[in-house]
Write a new protein. Structure first.
Length: 127
């Protein structure tokens, strides 16, 4: 499995904390897109892999779990800190679940949105 856990520097003072994310510095690609997921329920999300897309997922508020599966091995991670992220490489099946009510999941993506990059069928993914 090629995923990687990332820890970002936190700049804190009496006013609070700040985390800075920069292309090709602490994020290992050119950031072409970012999106965030919130208002989640008990419904899991994901259930796909990407042919080329690389992404970093950061739970900036609350918590959730992510299952990563490279077709050989499955690993589950809990995302629950705004200064920790996970790099999900291409061709890794992902499922997100167990969202806390206040969960805000920020995703930094290496490519623009392209539905053709998705593999949404698990048996196609395994092939
Ligand atoms: C991923 C996980 C972590 C867009 O129009 N633009 C976008 O940039 C994205 C990400 C999605 N969409 C549309 C496509 C669907 O009609 O928004 C709808 C919901 O997307 P989806 O069902 O793919 O959402 P998740 O939470 O299952 O997956 C998302 C990302 O799509 C995916 O790349 O890795 O978050």
């Amino acid at each position: 499995m090629e995923e990687k856990q990332l820890a970002f520097d936190v700049i804190s003072d009496k006013r609070g904390s700040l985390v800075s994310l920069e292309s090709n510095r602490n994020i290992p690609f050119d950031i072409k897109r970012l999106y965030y997921i919130y208002g989640t329920s008990d419904q899991p999300r994901g259930f796909h892999a990407h042919k080329a897309l690389r992404q970093v997922l950061i739970c900036v508020k609350g918590s959730c779990k992510i299952l990563l599966d490279d077709g050989i091995e499955k690993r589950v991670y809990e995302l629950n800190l705004p200064n920790k992220g996970i790099l999900v490489e291409k061709m890794v099946w992902r499922e997100m679940y167990d969202f806390s009510e206040d969960c805000v999941l920020l995703v930094l993506a290496s490519e623009y949105y392209d539905e053709k990059d998705y593999i949404r069928d698990y048996s196609d993914f395994l092939k």
